[in-house]
Design a protein around this ligand. Structure first.
Ligand SMILES: Cc1cc2nc3c(=O)[nH]c(=O)nc-3n(C[C@H](O)[C@H](O)[C@H](O)COP(=O)(O)OP(=O)(O)OC[C@H]3O[C@@H](n4cnc5c(N)ncnc54)[C@H](O)[C@@H]3O)c2cc1C
Length: 458
């Protein structure tokens, strides 16, 4: 009981875009006061006050916010563990585009078709509903999620909205500057439009200095920024562009697959990549095209700037953030994933509070477990905790395609109260065999095939 009241009071009411809706239509019946409020509400916002137009629920409704690796897997497995569930997946985007394997796509090793999938197909094939809309917030007491197409009621809510960039951590505080930086030098780790912009940049770069960086903290996909530097260099090499890639690492050394990436930087891209560890970015001069670190300044002609990340703002705006979390993650049970004090609301994927590697495969394997936890809760049963699995392939070369990989699990240390890696299997010798394991492997490995189409034996 202790936190339910606290959470529900704060949650939706703090969500800026939806405050009007909450004031005009609190959980109780719509009153004359709400009528007055509605009269004062600009017509464009009236739809926020209405119930969203979706099929009537045929069982306990589970609403999932976010159709990434976590939400999509959850949507499929919830019904597998409890066929009586009626599942609704919400995403603001019209189609799914995979980030895993997108670095290889930048270098033309797979097609966009390979990365893109229809949410409708996934929903039709696995018997759930999909609604394209943006979630604005939720209210725990009335069990409503507010969206820009009206509100939706839930019995269980899963929040899997992924990450956002934390621009102030590279000295960019101002909203306008953040927006300009995002559009001009996108990091390519949050939306698919960023990827399209990046691909155009590297395939048309006329030459000069191209800057990339690796953020610090628990950022999305530890290997991906190093892999991306290799793929950008491979494209420049193939195009015979006279370019210098400055790779500013905000960490003191390569964080993962160190031997393999070091060897690739030296042996394959010695003429292209200059790797600069311990480069803590303190400011970006967007118009002047210059990145500042504590001791140096780096002018560039073009750039991909990947700021440190934080959990989706949706969690903070809903008032469920753990005040001690540096990435503004929600205050959740580390084994069961539900909000402390509310076993109807779960947070999964890269927005989770646990320090698991932010990866698509982590999110995919974790979601299968959490789907079972939610199903068990509804059936008044228990499920034993099991670790997610992290699996990550990294391409380093394209002629021929060569890659390396890592697979790991996690264990909880009761003495320290912390999670640590467990049963790690690293192959940091990149070769064509590694690439064959990865491509077209990832479609099966991280479940794309079974997540989108009819069950394919996995
Ligand atoms: C270049 C690159 C390479 C990578 N390589 C690998 C790899 O090899 N292996 C691996 O395992 N992982 C890899 N990853 C990481 C992987 O992509 C992420 O960890 C994974 O996408 C996380 O899944 P998620 O479901 O938590 O978040 P996301 O995939 O980001 O999904 C979140 C979804 O929520 C939606 N959303 C957010 N807010 C709202 C809202 N308010 N209303 C409605 N919808 C909302 C978004 O539109 C999005 O679709 C890579 C990432 C990148 C960028």
């Amino acid at each position: 009981m202790k936190n339910i009241d606290k959470i529900s009071r704060r949650r939706f009411l703090q969500t800026s875009g939806a405050v009007l809706a909450a004031n005009a239509a609190p959980a109780a019946a719509v009153s004359s006061a709400a009528g007055d409020a509605a009269k004062q509400t600009p017509p464009a916002l009236h739809k926020l006050l209405r119930k969203a137009s979706i099929p009537a629920s045929k069982g306990a409704r589970v609403v999932i916010v976010g159709g990434g690796w976590s939400g999509l897997t959850m949507a499929k497995y919830l019904r597998r563990f409890n066929p009586a569930f009626d599942v609704l997946l919400i995403d603001r985007q019209s189609a799914f585009v995979s980030f895993p394997v997108s670095n290889a796509w930048l270098a033309d090793q797979v097609s966009l078709d390979f990365l893109s999938h229809s949410f409708f197909d996934a929903a039709n094939n696995h018997g759930y509903h999909f609604l394209q809309t943006t979630a604005l917030g939720f209210e725990g007491e009335s069990r409503r999620v507010y969206t820009d197409r009206g509100y939706v009621e839930y019995d269980y809510l899963v929040l899997a909205p992924g990450i956002e960039y934390d621009y102030p951590r590279i000295g960019v505080d101002d909203d306008e500057a953040q927006s300009l930086l995002f559009h001009r030098y996108p990091g390519g780790f949050v939306t698919s439009s960023e990827l399209l912009t990046i691909k155009h940049k590297i395939h048309h770069f006329p030459g000069g200095t191209f800057l990339l960086n690796v953020p610090d903290g628990d950022y999305r996909c530890t290997a991906a920024p190093y892999e991306r530097a290799c793929m950008v260099a491979a494209v420049f090499k193939r195009r015979r562009v006279r370019a210098k890639i400055l790779l500013l690492d905000m960490n003191s050394e390569i964080k993962i697959k160190k031997a393999g990436f070091s060897r690739a930087f030296e042996q394959l891209y010695g003429d292209y990549i200059e790797y600069l560890p311990s480069s803590l970015i303190s400011n970006v001069d967007i118009e002047g095209r210059r990145v500042e670190t504590e001791f140096d300044e780096y002018p560039f002609d073009d750039a991909i700037i990947y700021p440190p990340v934080r959990a989706s703002r949706l969690l903070e705006e809903a008032g469920i953030t753990d005040p001690y979390s540096p990435q503004k993650a929600a205050d959740t049970d580390p084994f069961r994933y539900h909000l402390i004090g509310d076993e109807r609301v779960y947070v999964t994927g890269d927005s989770r509070s646990q320090p698991f590697s932010k990866g698509g495969h982590t999110a995919h394997s974790e979601a299968q477990y959490v789907a079972e936890v939610i199903a068990a809760h509804a059936l008044d049963k228990e499920v034993l905790w099991r670790s997610p699995q992290t699996m990550c392939f990294s391409a380093v070369d394209i002629e021929p395609l060569r890659a390396m990989s890592i697979i790991t699990y996690y264990k909880f240390n009761r003495q320290t109260g912390l999670f640590a890696f467990d049963r790690t299997h690293l192959i940091d010798q990149w070769d064509a065999q590694g690439a064959r394991r990865a491509w077209p492997g990832p479609r099966a490995c991280i479940g794309t095939c079974s997540t989108f189409s009819r069950p394919c034996g996995r």
